[in-house]
Design a protein around this ligand. Structure first.
Ligand code: FAD
Length: 569
């Protein structure tokens, strides 16, 4: 593939924003066109820094700050011959003249720069509510290195103090762990009734438990309503339910809004979720202007809807394609994006890809839950992994997945994300030939187990019911051992261990609608097959078993005592 302009008539490519999308665009453009003039404007102090690493520097896991700069200015200059200008803000685009107006913050002067092609990757800005006190010096958002340095200094000053993190999304959760690691007493506040709102509530509930297990106070279902200040600092955070929380430091992690002012003022089209509209080659409504990253809308890989997906992977891929297309006039199209994301919260990892049950069409989708070990149970160190698979009941296509566990979450999510991208069905998942030896997995991987269960459901071998189904008026048989049942059970269930079921089948009424449940859905499937073949009229399997139901908010019994459910969702 050749660059569109020759060495005699080099093209001028101007890029706005020098981090994920912008830096990827610039370096790819250079690799594709040795002669183009490539100018990269970054309004802040640093370009090409690792946004995703910032929480880990604050928490002390990354100790060398210089490692956060992925590509140093010399690298842009010497290896890539890219003109990087930091502290240069592009303030306007003149599409007719094909120029940008640039404010040089070093010199305090404004100038114009001509472009042949322009790429916008200005990212997104943290949402900051307009509340009195929000401008206090101990209230922070985290987006760049300057924010990081400020938070780092504040934690150093009050590492035994109280931190309040508002927003239980990915960055909020990372900050909770890192502030806790630095010794702060951390309270997490989330407006929704679950942490990690992108996940379904029963999956997110495990993350909530992990936070509580580590001494984090979790306050759900209430939003930030205001601050009490003293001496220019916030001293208390006030929530919508009137709770007041002590605060030496406040982190706002309540989402981001796309930086679209430049694009909007230049008359470029914006989409339904407020991001810049781009085609599959990242061209905006002006074909000489490209856009990538958090400011744009991508096509979702399952729903097909245009939406903002503010993640580093899509930003880097889109920037790279835009950089190539801008100088060559051709590239592969940007593939739809699945929103695959992952977060570590202490010793638990949670991840998702594609649609959730919240976002999938309930009329044409179903979900299956499995709880299995992340590697062979007999090999030391096996840890339970909860996997939820969502599939289309019409064509058996995999629509999405979520996983929570101590280990092995990332590889399951990446395999399923790949399968979704290749439009796999749950039948395809049963056939995946995955690497296996006992320290790494099981001959029947958790992905296979989930897919088997989904296929059994679609093939009519087993009808499943949701883990939060109402047990009222149902005959519910729990086929776990008596010991397991004594530790945790659900009101209204009969305990007949699966190995005793054939002998004790007379204790059950075959004419009644019967739900079978166990710990995770493996034994209940065997039990359900036994009951069906002994003439029970309607046998339903509780998908996910006790391990999922106990996170759905349904009543739970420990011993003889009924206890409040752990999940308030
Ligand atoms: P950015 O990387 O933010 O770059 C935009 C740049 O443009 C900024 O430096 C900005 O100063 C500059 N700019 C804006 N306007 C102008 C202008 N007018 N003139 C000049 N310059 C301008 N994603 C993941 O997938 N995984 C993670 O683990 C993860 N962790 C994260 C942790 C944190 C703390 C943060 C903040 C983000 C994280 N993300 C993560 C998200 C990811 O960093 C972003 O999706 C990605 O950086 C977006 O790339 P971008 O190029 O659109 O924007």
């Amino acid at each position: 593939m050749n660059a569109s302009a020759s060495s005699k008539n080099p093209l001028t490519l101007v890029i706005v924003g020098g981090v994920a999308g912008g830096a990827s665009a610039a370096t790819r453009a250079r690799r594709m066109d040795e002669h183009a003039r490539i100018i990269l404007y970054e309004k802040d102090e640093h370009a090409s820094f690792a946004n995703c690493g910032l929480p880990y520097y604050i928490g002390g896991e990354i100790t060398d700050r210089s490692k956060l700069i992925v590509a140093k200015p010399e690298l842009f200059r010497d290896r890539f011959n890219i003109e990087l200008h930091t502290r240069h803000e592009v303030t306007a685009i003149n599409r007719r003249e094909k120029t940008v107006t640039v404010l040089d913050r070093n010199k305090g002067i404004t100038f114009t720069q001509k472009y042949d092609k322009l790429i916008l990757s200005p990212g997104a800005s943290p949402v900051v509510p307009s509340l009195r006190g929000v401008e206090s010096s101990n209230v922070f958002s985290l987006r760049n290195l300057a924010d990081t340095d400020r938070i780092f200094a504040a934690v150093n000053a009050r590492s035994d103090g109280h931190a309040v993190v508002i927003g239980a999304g990915f960055i909020g959760l990372e900050m909770v762990e890192m502030l806790h690691r630095r010794g702060m007493k951390v309270t997490l506040v989330e407006l929704q009734k679950q942490v990690l709102p992108p996940l379904d509530p029963e999956m997110a509930s495990r993350v909530e438990q992990e936070l509580i297990r580590n001494g984090v106070k979790v306050h759900l279902g209430a939003g930030l309503a205001g601050f009490e200040t003293s001496g220019g600092n916030v001293s208390k955070v006030i929530l919508s339910d009137e709770t007041k929380l002590d605060a030496d430091l406040v982190i706002l992690g309540i989402g981001v809004k796309p930086n679209v002012k430049l694009a909007q003022e230049a008359g470029l089209a914006l989409g339904r979720t407020g991001g810049i509209v781009v085609n599959e080659y990242l061209q905006t409504s002006d074909p000489d202007i490209y856009a990538a990253g958090d400011a744009v809308e991508y096509r979702h890989g399952v729903s097909g809807l245009q939406q903002r997906i503010p993640l580093a992977g899509p930003a880097n891929r889109a920037g790279r394609l835009a950089g190539q297309h801008a100088v060559c006039g051709q590239s592969r199209p940007m593939a739809p994006v699945l929103g695959t994301a992952i977060v570590r919260v202490f010793e638990t990892t949670a991840a998702l890809t594609g649609l959730t049950q919240k976002t999938a069409d309930p009329a044409h989708s179903r979900a299956i839950w499995v709880t299995t070990n992340h590697h062979a149970g007999y090999y030391p160190g096996a840890k339970p992994l909860n996997l939820k698979l969502i599939y289309d009941t019409r064509d058996s296509r995999v629509l999405g997945a979520q996983a929570v566990g101590a280990q092995g979450v990332d590889k399951r999510m990446d395999v399923i994300a790949t399968a979704i991208q290749l439009k796999a069905t749950v039948y395809d998942l049963t056939e995946l030939d995955l690497a296996y030896a006992p320290p790494f997995g099981s001959a029947k991987d958790p992905i296979h187990m989930a897919a088997f269960a989904a296929c059994n459901d679609l093939d009519g071998l087993m009808t499943t019911v949701r883990p939060d189904v109402d047990f009222e008026n149902m005959q519910v048989v729990d086929v776990r051992t008596a010991k397991e049942f004594a530790e945790l059970s659900f009101p209204g269930t009969i305990n007949i261990p699966v190995d005793e079921l054939r002998q004790r089948i007379g204790e059950l009424d075959p004419k009644k609608e019967t739900i079978v449940t166990c710990a995770s859905g493996v034994r209940s499937y065997v039990a359900a097959r036994i009951l069906e073949q002994h003439g029970f009229s309607t046998v339903l399997e509780l998908t996910g078993g006790a391990s999922v139901r106990s996170h759905t908010g349904q009543p739970v019994k420990r011993g003889k005592e009924e206890v409040p459910p752990p999940c308030r969702a």
